[in-house]
Design a protein around this ligand. Structure first.
Ligand SMILES: [Zn+2]
Length: 119
């Protein structure tokens, strides 16, 4: 087993998922290779630090749930009755703008909608 092969197997070795032949080869390689042994010890230390982290307190979890609920409330979607209302308001706004342009054009004695470039 060379160093590249050994380093690919370090995680499996740490978690005990290697097959017999690979595990035997790695167990023979590690004591003879300070670089791979150092890599393995660093990986082992990092994995153990992650295991030592305590779970979040009940207060932290409650705060997180509240923050998520606030975020979801802010990002809520339009309900079924709000969508036609929004479309209606938008259509009415366009209609009023066209009417105003028409009134201005007629008031100036030009053809209807000439102010908008329409003939
Ligand atoms: Zn090595």
């Amino acid at each position: 087993m060379n160093c590249d092969e050994a380093r690919c197997e370090l995680t499996g070795f740490h978690f005990g998922t290697l097959t017999g032949a690979t595990r035997d080869a790695l167990e023979a390689h590690l004591p003879a290779c300070p670089a791979c042994l150092g890599e393995y010890l660093a990986l082992k230390r990092a994995a153990e630090c992650v295991d030592d982290v305590p779970p979040p307190s009940e207060l932290s979890r409650a705060r997180l749930r509240r923050a998520m609920a606030d975020e979801l409330r802010r990002a809520r979607r339009w309900s079924w009755w709000e969508r036609p209302l929004v479309v209606g308001v938008a259509a009415a706004s366009v209609w009023l703008a066209l009417g105003a342009a028409h009134a201005v054009a007629v008031g100036e004695g030009r053809a209807p909608f000439a102010a908008l470039g329409m003939r």
